[in-house]
Write a protein that binds this ligand. Sequence first.
Ligand code: PNS
Length: 165
Amino acid sequence: MRRAIFPGSFDPLTNGHLDVIRRSSPLFDEMVIAVLDNADKKPLFSVTERLSMIREVIEDLETRACTLNVASFSGLTVDFARNVNATVIVRGIRAVSDYEYELRMALMNRRLEPAIETVFLMAGEEYSYVSSGLTKQVFELGGRVEGLIPPLVEEKMREKLDRNK
Ligand code: PNS
């Protein structure tokens, strides 16, 4: 059984994240999308909201033999990976600028738990500039985010923005 985790903040889930999930699914029997519960970061969406959005969006995703699960975690990513018996951490790389941060994390995680490997997948080039942070900013300032995030996420962002007005 090849089990991986795909950790992140997912505040919110973008089409770039979905692309990485789609690309990595043939490599594993099971993948746990692991949402970091980090209130310090003042997220737009609560962990509960993020979990339920991700669950709904991935229902339509074709991942063949790979079972997708969604869970939240706090603390160290490697501890979470160990707790769910995963041997791989999946991370997406969009551009060279991601590499330095990702390398530091992967090496730190390897030092903490040498039995767990980080596997990097290159996101599709059409997502090379898509991040949760920029998408939120553009949306909040009235820009178009169609195609960058799943329609359900856009709908939830709109609801949130309307409520905060
Ligand atoms: O999507 P993000 O915000 O880039 O994800 C970053 C994440 C959640 C993978 C990273 O912040 C993380 O692993 N946090 C948990 C704390 C931890 O394990 N730190 C040591 C690894 S460097």
